[in-house]
Design a protein around this ligand. Structure first.
Ligand SMILES: O=C(CO)COP(=O)(O)O
Length: 248
């Protein structure tokens, strides 16, 4: 069975109530390819609001969550809270969480495990820095990051999307070339086949993220191992529609 294309919009810490309303209005008008799964990653404070106004065909994701159910964790939200307001997804391990907020592989894995146990679907992000790429360590890094997730995911791969986001391509306007992205996605699948299972490797959807725009989405989408995108800046703009429709 083919892998359903899945496009995420990661709004990050952008927008206000007016702007998020406008983005949802734009998404409502579409038209969005019905064969593509669409997920929007919303700032925590607007999650419930966006969930209440967005069409049921579009899923809502939190951009982070904590690793236990409740308690004295000031400022955090739990998977149960995300589910309580009707959202079904969470983005975890984003490079901004890793670099700015110091999240290590182990913590990301704990969050992934807890989110999956509580019935959320997870977009798990991995990717190398420029320094790591230039040192020839791209595969080593993404394999290490993925390996940390294996026990957390267990046999729950059906609820996980991997997002390969080279850090040097995020918000820089410097997209990985289709070949660079395809190469990493293909290696990841080979690695998964050896370290998870052939079925997981064949079925898991791997998104590419990093300066995806309407101008480069079609070429990237044509790569055999690219199964969707995780879009930052362009997800706040009407061109997000064209990115969703890039496989048409
Ligand atoms: O980090 C990203 C999505 O999670 C990518 O961001 P940009 O599309 O702004 O480069």
């Amino acid at each position: 069975m083919g892998r359903k294309f899945v496009v995420g919009g990661n709004w990050k810490m952008n927008g206000d109530k007016k702007q998020v309303t406008e983005i949802v209005e734009t998404l409502k008008k579409g038209p969005l390819d019905p064969n593509v799964e669409v997920v929007v990653g919303v700032p925590a404070i607007y999650l419930e609001y966006v969930q209440s106004i967005i069409p049921g065909t579009i899923s809502v994701a939190a951009q982070n969550c904590w690793k236990v159910a409740k308690g004295a964790f000031t400022g955090e939200i739990s998977p149960a809270m995300i589910k309580d307001i009707g959202a079904n997804w969470v983005i975890l391990g984003h490079s901004e969480r890793r670099t700015i907020f110091g999240e290590k592989d182990e913590l990301v894995a704990e969050k992934v495990a807890h989110a999956l146990e509580n019935g959320l679907k997870v977009i798990a992000c991995i990717g190398e820095t420029l320094e790591e790429r230039e040192a020839g360590k791209t595969e080593e890094v993404v394999f290490r990051q993925t390996k940390a997730l294996l026990p957390a995911i267990g046999n729950n791969w059906g609820n996980v999307v991997l997002a390969y986001e080279p850090v040097w391509a995020i918000g820089t306007g410097k997209t990985a070339s289709p070949q660079q992205a395809q190469d990493v996605h293909a290696s990841l699948r080979t690695w998964l086949s050896a370290n998870a299972s052939a079925d997981v490797a064949a079925a898991v959807r791997i998104q590419y993220g990093g300066s995806v725009t309407a101008a480069n989405a079609k070429e990237l989408a044509a790569c055999p191992d690219i199964d969707g995108f995780l879009v930052g800046g362009a997800s706040l703009k009407p061109e997000f529609i064209d990115i969703v429709n890039a496989t048409q």
